[in-house]
Design a protein around this ligand. Structure first.
Ligand SMILES: C[S@@+](CC[C@H](N)C(=O)[O-])C[C@H]1O[C@@H](n2cnc3c(N)ncnc32)[C@H](O)[C@@H]1O
Ligand code: SF4
Length: 481
């Protein structure tokens, strides 16, 4: 129980930064340093693709755009496919994806590939043969011996009769980790949002155990109708299963998800209010701590200090090079952030991607030229999740003054604190980590998001508007100078 003084402080912080339910620049989490919604159409994709030359530190992402169950909250590019049912649409998509990989093979062969991630969608919805064929293409890419290799999966696909065979395929082809989208262990929530009950999870975890694969489980906080009892149920499953990593997301309504459309028309009842959400987050931190899990940035809880999440680190920063394949896949490197063709309607996006590849066109659709300001902002954004050294604040860029003022406001609200000379999030600030992180975007990115109506502080009462105006002024002054 917080004492009265810290409770008063938390009340003040809550009025300072709200829980933001809208997507944060195109994602439910501030997952990329250049937010997806800030990328702009790239007219010369083919010429740009020629600039992708070999690099020392390359990370690869492959997007499988199919799921056996379409969740209303989800904004990822995916369309329905039956489990192990390879229809024409799946076949032509996988064919196009393989062709895109072939088109960049020389680049990958001459680079040092340091991690592989197959996500989606739900890769394990593919029939065993198609899964094996695709994973052997990926696994055949030359990569460093220690490169981690992760594949996303859903409980329904692993519980199916051929689930064990699929896990054997993963293991045989060098996959090191499965990221399982569980979302909740509560019967009511699973039946309502995921189309199955909790019973099959025993079978799924037994299969994963037999396969000897490292496991991350994705859970969601604030699903409509989720109660404190539901969260207790989640915690008791975690205590029994003890996966090496749990990623606990907070529900956000990204543009394009069916729930976002629904809530704009008639609201979506049963979603926790901002203060309930923050209180639950704090309870989850305590409970996970008691279970021996350390909280890391991005909603991750790691069971052992030796585990790290290389995949998340690559996506969050701009230091390494990430190359994405498939519809909507995001990349950064070669002086740019860029993304393959993406549309809000997942089915037409997947078709448009296939049509582009079949025409022999490059699938890159939007991009952003990285500036020094973006790189500095990316460093700060990564650092605020761990520790933000004073040196990072006292930079030479025109943003430094805004960042110092921002940190003073956040410190006053009990959201950050100075610790041994570094700024770090307080326990309370950690509950608002994503909202805080999004304040650290570079000026041109904030402007692009505000123009798209996608940047929460731009229309928020409180000090934020003033702070934004402050940095606009600073940037203008620097340009004049
Ligand atoms: C690409 S999905 C992959 C998981 C896998 N397809 C599954 O659901 O079984 C990654 C994760 O993002 C989270 N997620 C999706 N939409 C979300 C939203 N609107 N708000 C918060 N988290 C979300 C879910 O926890 C999901 O497991
Ligand atoms: S959460 Fe996972 S299973 Fe659900 S629609 Fe999104 S990608 Fe598919």
């Amino acid at each position: 129980m917080p004492n009265t003084c810290s409770r008063r402080r938390e009340d003040r912080s809550h009025s300072l930064i709200p829980r933001v339910r809208a997507g944060l620049g195109g994602s439910h989490t501030v997952v990329t340093s250049i937010p997806l919604d800030a990328l702009r159409p790239a007219m010369d994709a083919a010429a740009f693709a020629q600039q992708l030359t070999p690099v020392e530190d390359l990370h690869l992402y492959f997007h499988i755009a199919f799921c056996e169950h379409i969740c209303g909250f989800c904004h990822y590019a995916k369309t329905h496919a039956g489990i192990s049912d390879e229809g024409d649409e799946t076949k032509s998509y996988m064919h196009a994806l393989t062709a895109e990989i072939a088109s960049r093979r020389a680049l990958m062969e001459a680079s040092q590939v340091r991690s592989l991630y197959v996500g989606g969608g739900t890769p394990t919805v593919l029939p065993p043969q198609a899964l094996a064929q695709f994973l052997s293409t990926v696994s055949g890419l030359r990569r460093s011996a220690s490169a981690p290799f992760c594949v996303e999966a859903s409980p329904l696909t692993l519980a199916a009769p051929d689930g064990r065979e699929k896990l054997q395929i993963l293991k045989a082809l060098g996959v090191t980790r499965v990221s399982l989208g569980v979302q909740s262990f509560s019967r009511a929530l699973l039946e309502r949002h995921r189309g199955h009950g909790p019973e099959l999870l025993h079978d799924v975890f037994a299969k994963l155990d037999d396969a000897g694969l490292e496991v991350n489980i994705d859970l969601m906080q604030d699903l409509p109708g989720q109660t404190a009892d539901d969260l207790r149920t989640d915690l008791s499953w975690i205590a029994d299963l003890r996966p090496s990593q749990v990623t606990w997301y907070i529900l956000r309504f990204d543009r394009g998800s069916s729930w976002d459309k629904l809530r704009r028309v008639r609201g979506l009842p049963g979603v926790a209010t901002g203060s309930q959400s923050i209180a639950r987050r704090l309870q989850l931190f305590d409970a996970m701590d008691r279970l021996g899990y350390a909280a890391h940035g991005g909603g991750r809880f790691l069971r052992e200090a030796c585990h790290s999440d290389r995949f998340k680190a690559v996506r969050n920063g701009l230091d390494s090079t990430l190359l994405g394949f498939g519809v909507s896949a995001y990349s950064h490197g070669w002086g740019h952030a860029f993304r393959n063709i993406h549309e809000t309607s997942a089915r037409s996006a997947a078709r448009a991607y296939v049509a582009r590849i079949e025409r022999g066109d490059d699938p890159i659709e939007t991009r952003h030229v990285l500036t020094d300001a973006d790189r500095i902002a990316a460093h700060r954004l990564v650092a605020i999740r761990t520790r933000l050294p004073q040196a990072c604040v006292a930079g030479v860029d025109p943003e430094s003054h805004r960042i110092r003022t921002l940190l003073a406001v956040l410190a006053d609200g009990g959201i950050v604190t100075l610790d041994d000379g570094d700024w770090r999030l307080t326990r309370y600030g950690r509950a608002l980590e994503e909202e805080v992180a999004s304040l650290f975007y570079a000026p041109d990115i904030r402007k692009a998001l505000a123009d798209a109506g996608d940047y929460w502080p731009a229309n928020q009462p409180g000090p934020w508007r003033e702070l934004l105006a402050l940095s606009d002024r600073e940037v203008r002054d620097a340009q004049v100078a």
